[in-house]
Design a protein around this ligand. Structure first.
Ligand SMILES: [Zn+2]
Length: 623
């Protein structure tokens, strides 16, 4: 009975996913004969840095075509895909990279076939990579080319492309190094493999249940690689074996991947970084964590009320650094705050490697997925004014500014942050000017230079949010706008998750303010709220993040340099097992968040975040 449901579902899944991947197969590199008709100076290979893997040489014709294409399209980075890229690598590529998004979206994930690239020397310089024009970075490993592509991609923005270069020039596939390639692509290897195993296991289940129906599923399973690649510019090497023998070739590929112990130079650099970080962390922790905390306070930092009670206690559920943190709530105004508060040394300890260093990659991945929220913020502003100069406070790498400037092309975006990442944002071209430091310290020199100041998920991380509001009021001229987005501690559905609700985010979130408190504090500073958004700002991730934080807290990752005890084969295996068992719950809660959670937020016009847009009033007469 089950097969009547299962088999159509498997076949439909294979076809839909096959067509999705087929749409991602890159186009063919145009032959240069067509471009020379424009009368422009023909591009030469000497203008570019050529990056190739060991065992690969680019033919002169390919080099000429690629250089001409890059010049004509004003590209600064082109990934060249061998037309005979091996089947497994080809599928990994289309799973990771969407060439159309590559050209149209600044935030599209970077990737590479790991064969060859050409790059503008100026791009390499901005990204801090050494490269001489006309020279070749040759003899690299595919994993290192992929890592380099991911590193360069944010600096290239929309001027990056992926194209299939014809001919048989692939260096072949070394499955023992695939695991390193997947890591370099930013994949979670276990998850990548799990997504391969699911259709396979379902097909086997269908065969066991009813061999005749199951055969239909097996045929669809075998034909899927053809559906992806047949008739496209990519003619993967080994496609027939990968398709027709798929029931045996796939498990073979998985086994070889899992067994792969080879480490790329990116992996080795990463291991060195971890070892160096471990020296700092173990020394810092040897003295205990007590010095990271201030004295407990007995009054509300927002309203001064002495009516303060404990809201919850939580360890660091995100990074799993040692320590236990307390959130108190004010009985007078409802303000939630960390008590005892972290000292500056504590902040340095707990923020280290969260957004830069070892955590840079993960943070980048999170920010890349928030494009829709970034657009929502820009549109809220668009409805009241077209800003001339916009200062984003707590801008980080500048992801918001990169997206907002596509909607507001005439606005100059500057960014402010404490970390070195803000200087990187300027090198990427995502902001015009970087201001590094604390906002209250810089407010004097920034006064009058911006008609918009924004703070997105920033105030809750600061030690003194009211001082930040003072600084905003000081910087803005009369008629200027302040846009603030914050987590909403009053969202009732979030509260059911206790300490696993992402909004509490200990130890990073120092203050969580009910919207009424923020509005009153703005009004006291002459900043009159003109628009408020709640339901549409909801981030549909309450349940999935709670399950994720719960599952990962059952078996913490001991490979971290701050881990008190090192990982062993047993802890690694039990962690993999628990994560695998948790995966179905993570998927299920993700679906609940995206459907029911989102619908309720819309229905109630409330959510786990809110946005307030305020306008600075003219000073009253005589004041
Ligand atoms: Zn209070």
């Amino acid at each position: 009975m089950i097969e009547y449901l299962l088999v159509p579902l498997i076949v439909a899944g294979l076809v839909v996913n096959g067509l999705r991947l087929r749409a991602r197969v890159p186009g063919r590199l145009p032959a240069s004969g067509t471009a020379s008709a424009t009368g422009e100076q023909p591009a030469t290979a000497a203008d570019w840095v050529w990056i190739t893997v060991r065992g690969t040489t680019l033919g002169q014709a390919t080099q000429r075509d690629a250089a001409t294409y890059a010049s004509a399209e004003k590209l600064s980075l082109v990934d060249l895909v061998p037309a005979d890229l091996p089947a497994t690598a080809a599928r990994d590529l289309v799973r990771r990279v969407d060439p159309r998004a590559y050209r149209t979206s600044v935030l599209a994930v970077g990737g590479s076939a790991g064969a060859a690239m050409l790059a503008d020397p100026a791009l390499l310089e901005r990204a801090g990579v050494i490269g001489v024009p006309g020279a070749e970075l040759s003899g690299m490993e595919p994993a290192d080319v992929i890592a380099l592509a991911r590193r360069l991609r944010p600096y290239a923005g929309q001027r990056a492309a992926v194209a299939v270069a014809p001919g048989r020039w692939s260096a072949g596939d070394d499955l023992a190094k695939r695991r390193a390639r997947l890591r370099a692509s930013g994949n979670i290897v276990g998850l990548h493999l799990a997504l391969d195993v699911i259709p396979y296991a379902l097909t086997v289940l269908a065969l066991v249940t009813d061999w005749q129906w199951g055969l239909a599923a097996a045929v669809a399973y075998c034909l899927q690689p053809y559906l992806i690649f047949a008739g496209t510019p990519l003619a993967p090497r080994g496609l027939h074996a990968a398709a027709l023998l798929r029931p045996v070739s796939e498990p073979w590929v998985w086994a070889r991947t899992i067994a792969g112990r080879w480490r790329s130079s990116a992996d080795q650099r990463h291991e060195t970084e971890i070892a160096e970080a471990a020296v700092y962390y173990q020394a810092a922790l040897a003295a205990g964590t007590a010095r990271f905390f201030e004295e407990r306070r007995h009054s509300c930092p927002w309203c001064g009320s002495a009516e303060v009670g404990q809201r919850l206690r939580s360890p660091d559920l995100v990074m799993h650094k040692p320590g236990l943190f307390t959130l108190d709530q004010c009985g007078g105004c409802g303000h939630v705050f960390q008590n005892p508060r972290l000292t500056p040394e504590g902040l340095d300890f707990y923020y280290r490697d969260a957004y830069d260093g070892l955590g840079a990659g993960t943070a980048e991945t999170v920010f890349l997925t928030a494009a829709e929220a970034y657009r929502g913020r820009a549109r809220m502003m668009q409805r009241v004014t077209t800003p001339k100069a916009w200062l984003d406070v707590g801008a980080g790498h500048g992801h918001f500014c990169a997206i907002a400037s596509t909607l507001l092309p005439d606005t100059v975006f500057d960014g402010l942050d404490q970390g070195a990442v803000i200087e990187d944002a300027e090198r990427r071209g995502w902001i015009a000017t970087a201001h590094r430091g604390m906002f209250p310290d810089l407010a004097g020199e920034l006064a009058g230079r911006y008609d918009v100041v924004s703070m997105h998920h920033y105030l809750e991380h600061t030690r003194e949010p009211l001082a930040e509001l003072d600084a905003a009021a000081q910087v803005l001229p009369s008629g200027g706008y302040l846009l603030i987005e914050l987590p909403d501690p009053q969202w009732r559905l979030g509260q059911i998750f206790g300490r696993y609700w992402m909004v509490w985010f200990q130890p990073q979130h120092q203050h969580l303010m009910p919207i009424g408190n923020l509005v009153a504090a703005l009004e006291r500073r002459g900043l009159q709220p003109v628009a408020i958004e709640r339901g549409p700002v909801h981030q549909a991730n309450d349940a999935v993040m709670a399950v994720y934080l719960f599952v990962t807290s059952l078996v913490t990752d001991r490979s971290k340099p701050w881990s008190p005890r090192p990982a062993t084969a047993l802890t690694r295996a039990s962690r993999a097992l628990v994560l695998a068992a948790g995966l179905p719950f993570i998927v299920a809660t993700l679906l609940i968040d995206r459907t029911l959670g989102r619908a309720l937020a819309r229905h109630w016009d409330r959510g786990n975040a809110y946005r307030v847009l305020a306008r600075k009033q003219e000073p009253a007469d005589g004041s």
